[in-house]
Design a protein around this ligand. Structure first.
Ligand code: G6P
Ligand code: BGC
Ligand code: BGC
Length: 924
């Protein structure tokens, strides 16, 4: 017989070895035995009360409400579905904690074919007492040594092995391979392990051992292994019940009922940890003096009170305490107490199970008692059998009450009148003690009559189930690796960003000098920011962002007042003929004038035109090329102001005085500059991206003059069009570029701006789907549709206040059906793509502010950047990441970012106002 539980109980120093030693002994021996047995009787009403109270405790724990009494824990495991039977591969399983002082290592092969099982190879090791009670590291080192010893006998070579760790103690799990021990139970009490991740401790020990390359992929409770290893019968097996050294159950709960999970779909396996149930009201009446003594002498005083009435570690001990009491009273063994009867752990579960077995017969009972150093009389055997039966019957009945609570919970959560369910059973109490299961069944039928339960014994102690979970975990880990590999090129290092900054500086210098460069560095003829003395009413147009606007801007002493209207530019107009586009613009102006009562007035007009233009003056701008999905014919190479004037002419009876054409970056800088004189940079991160800044005129080769400043429209969207960014470009960027209307152009913009980020994400998701990492590898028509994944989804999905389930709802709206793992991965893809965008943008801004600082020969520059654009404004983290990157790459510049409130139309009006003021001054 092996020594289940001989170490679970400890003689506490100074405590009497058996408090019941002092119990009075009635004179009649049969009366005394009956009295003892009576204490172990539990009535139907008491069982019902335990069932109800346990159910209540379960429901409170699910809701996340702490109960005043130590209650069941209801710990979510990361197991979300019962096995499909398709899992395959070779796995090593290490079992610790289920069966007394032993540790088991198994080699499990999953065939992936239902019904086709291969017998696992296994080896059991006895854990020395000093290891069970010593430092944690010693225990894990012992486990690692056992693993090596087991593997040494197998032809495994130095292949990488995947291990499933069955660790049967209450743990807070935070992942399939992350689990923090809450407290030791049963006979274990190693120091320094509670509060630690046991997977990490095992990994460290394996590493210290150093003989095999073993990855600990999953950690599970023994109940979960038992449930998962159960061959599916008529239906799936959704409850795992273990009565071994300790006791516990797990079952599949609706995820939406588990408050800590923030999940509204599917099921999750919950480890009930009912061993810690100890409601005084329900358990109090059934606790005997022997239970109190047992608890008093245990390693975990006051804890696991329910387990201590059921678990195999304790049944022998309870019998011993009763027999010792009866012997002490002279009722048994002629009053003689053998050393075994006096020693904790002197009677084991195996003794009890065998003596209680009705087929054992008196002779066998005699033999066992003699083995225990006793000299039983004829009548003793019968009494001893009765004691064993009473202790075990109570255990089975209490276990049934707990199981009935789980079944009621299942029935309730599934809203079913009758519940048909399979329960997988495992543990030595079931294996060694045939009556235990029959009493359990009988009692469950009485307590949960509406449940039709079939009990399925686990064949290999759950090893198969642990391997199943490990297989799933291994698949998920492999997916995570592929995800990381896919996203790695998006994660730019500081060195890469510094290189972008340096390249940008070089391209700026070349562009200013008129040398070949992907940065055009276009002079804007804006030489000064407003000084506040501008006055008058102005019209403004704002074309090129998400919205086309017409504005009336009143610049007065009290400030600027704006009235505006948004008009749509249908795609057929944006991509039709130039004449059509400009006629449409003029129609909108006329409509606006009529609505504002401005018809017939010829107000000065500023035109925000957010495309690259070579300007020869304030009111001359030759469109170099369209960007951002505009493609109206016959415009490139033309002066946009002329095109507008011609359209005005075609639409007779309208008079408009076009004074200035302004890029949106310039409009934004001017608009913010009206409030803050330090604002000398304009930045747009919206549909497209670009920046402008105040450059020293002497550095601008194409404009005469050596003093003063000029605002330069960098057109940084085209940065890298000479191939200089190819090192950073992923194949997703290449796909987005190829599918755009301007392949090879605006490469920097295509990595940063709103028009493209959604597409980059979509291409990345398509790739991950093709690898089988996402959406179970199923490609959907929806995801293959261009522009289906809008950039605004990135902003929504990445919002901190959103729970994962809301992320999933957003994606489901797109027609994607996905699991929570999918949702998490999509979120990570969005983050990687938007972070790269923000950091690249930050590197660009760093190049600009450093240039200004150096231009001025300053040790430190204080400067403000006026910013606009939907991505910058709506994304929850974009702006802070840009700022952080600038701080990192331009530490000598103190940069303040000002968000433009009124759009760049206001800035265009201000440029117009400045021009008018200067014109008036020249007239005077
Ligand atoms: C500003 C301007 C637009 C500009 C836009 C960029 O407010 O008024 O002309 O193009 O911001 O943002 P968007 O996200 O609309 O492209
Ligand atoms: C542990 C459980 C375990 C049970 C059966 C209890 O002591 O707390 O996690 O499932 O024993 O082994
Ligand atoms: C254009 C720039 C504009 C930017 C932001 C780019 O596509 O080329 O002129 O400033 O978008 O709207």
């Amino acid at each position: 017989m092996d020594s289940i539980g001989s170490l679970g109980l400890q003689q506490r120093e100074g405590a009497p070895s058996s408090p019941q030693e002092g119990l009075p002994c009635p004179s009649n021996s049969s009366e005394l035995v009956q009295e003892c047995l009576q204490q172990f009787k539990v009535t139907g009403a008491q069982l019902q009360q335990i069932q109800t109270s346990l159910l209540d405790s379960m429901e409170q724990a699910l809701k996340g409400q702490a109960s005043p009494a130590p209650a069941v824990r209801m710990l979510p495991t990361y197991v979300g579905s019962t096995p499909h039977g398709t899992e395959q591969g070779d796995f090593v399983v290490l079992e610790l904690g289920a069966t007394g002082a032993s540790l088991r290592v198994l080699w499990v092969t999953l065939t992936g074919i239902e019904g086709h099982k291969m017998e696992p190879r296994s080896q059991e090791f006895v854990i020395p007492e000093e290891v069970m009670l010593g430092p944690g590291q010693q225990l894990f080192d012992f486990a690692a040594r056992c693993l090596s010893e087991f593997l040494d006998a197998l032809p495994v070579g130095n292949q990488g092995l995947q291990l499933g760790f069955s660790f049967s103690f209450p743990c807070h799990q935070t992942g399939l391979d992350k689990s923090t021990l809450i407290s030791w139970t049963k006979g274990f009490r190693c120091s320094g392990v509670e509060g630690q991740d046991v997977v990490q401790l095992l990994r460290d020990a394996i590493q210290r051992q150093g003989t095999y390359s073993i990855d600990v992929v999953a950690v599970v409770n023994d109940t979960v292994g038992t449930m998962m290893g159960c061959e599916p019968g008529v239906g799936p097996c959704e409850v795992g019940l273990v009565v071994d050294t300790g006791t516990n159950a797990c079952y599949m709960e609706e995820a939406r009922h588990v408050a800590v999970l923030d999940e509204d779909r599917g099921r999750v396996c919950i480890s009930v940890e009912w061993g810690s149930f100890s409601d005084d009201g329900a358990l109090g009446p059934v606790l005997t003096i022997f239970d109190h003594t047992l608890d008093h002498e245990s390693l975990n005083l006051g804890a696991q009170r329910f387990e201590k009435m059921i678990g195999g570690l304790y049944l022998g001990e309870l019998v011993r305490l009763v027999l010792a009491h009866l012997a002490r009273c002279g009722v048994l063994f002629g009053g003689y107490l053998s050393p075994a009867l006096l020693r904790q752990g002197g009677i084991l579960l195996e003794h009890v199970a065998e003596m209680e077995d009705p087929s054992a017969g008196a002779a066998r009972v005699h033999a066992i008692l003699q083995d225990l150093g006793l000299n039983p009389r004829a009548s003793d055997a019968e009494f001893v059998q009765q004691v064993c039966a009473a202790v075990c019957t109570r255990a089975a009945q209490l276990c049934a009450a707990a199981l009935a609570a789980v079944l009621s919970r299942l029935q309730h959560s599934r809203e079913q009148q009758t519940l048909q369910i399979a329960v997988a059973t495992g543990g030595r109490v079931f294996e060694r003690h045939p009556r235990f299961l029959s009493i359990l069944k009988e009692t469950v039928m009485l307590l949960a009559p509406e449940c039709d339960v079939s009990f399925i014994p686990s064949v290999d102690g759950g090893g198969q189930g642990v391997a199943m979970v490990t297989a799933v975990a291994a698949r998920l880990a492999a997916h995570r690796c592929l995800l990381e590999e896919t996203l790695a090129p998006f994660r730019l290092t500081r060195e890469q960003l510094a290189a972008v900054q340096a390249q940008m500086r070089e391209a700026m210098a070349k562009g200013l000098q008129g040398e070949a460069s992907s940065l055009r560095m276009l002079p804007t003829y804006v030489r000064a920011t407003p000084d506040g003395s501008e006055r008058g009413d102005f019209l403004a147009l704002d074309l090129g962002g998400t919205n086309f606007r017409v504005l009336l801007v009143r610049v007065a002493t009290g400030g600027v007042q704006i009235t505006s209207q948004v008009y749509s530019i249908p795609e057929c107009v944006a991509q039709g003929s130039g004449q059509q586009l400009f006629d449409h613009i003029v129609d909108c102006i006329v409509d606006f004038q009529q609505k504002q009562g401005l018809s017939g007035q010829s107000l000065p007009l500023g035109f925000t035109f957010s495309f690259p233009c070579r300007q020869l003056g304030l009111d001359q701008g030759i469109l170099l090329n369209w960007t951002k999905g505009f493609n109206a014919s016959d415009c490139e190479g033309q002066d946009v102001v002329c095109l507008l004037r011609e359209a005005i002419r075609r639409r007779q009876a309208v008079e408009l005085n076009v004074v200035a054409i302004v890029n949106d970056t310039v409009g934004t800088m001017m608009s913010c500059g009206y409030e803050d004189p330090h604002c000398e940079v304009g930045l747009i991160v919206g549909t497209g991206t670009n920046a402008c800044y105040m450059e020293e005129l002497r550095n601008v080769a194409s404009v005469a003059g050596d003093s003063g400043h000029m605002c330069i429209n960098m057109e940084w969207g085209a940065f890298g069009d000479d191939g200089s960014l190819s090192m950073l470009s992923t194949h997703f960027d290449a796909s987005v570029d190829q599918a755009s209307i301007n392949p090879g152009k605006q490469r920097f913009e295509k990595m940063i701006s709103g028009m493209y980020l959604g597409e980059i994400v979509r291409h990345t998701l398509l790739h991950l789907t093709s690898l089988g990492v996402l959406f179970r590898g199923q490609q959907t028509q929806r995801l293959q549709t261009r522009d289906i994944f809008k950039t605004k989804f990135l902003s929504e999905i990445e919002s901190d206040s959103l729970a994962l389930r809301q992320v999933r709802a957003i994606l489901e709206d797109l027609g994607l059906s996905l699991t929570s793992d999918d949702a998490l991965m999509v979120l990570e893809v969005c983050q990687a793509v938007s972070q790269r965008a923000a950091r690249l943008c930050g590197a660009g801004v760093a190049a600009v502010v450093e240039k200004i600082r150096e231009n001025r020969g300053l040790e430190e520059l204080t400067v403000s950047v006026g910013v606009d654009g939907t991505l910058y404004k709506l994304h929850p983290h974009f702006s802070s990441l840009v700022a952080a990157t600038v701080r990192e790459l331009a530490p000598r510049c103190v940069v303040t970012f000002l968000q433009s409130e009124d759009g760049s139309g206001k800035g265009a009006a201000l440029v117009t106002a400045v021009a008018c003021r200067l014109a008036q001054m020249t007239c005077v």
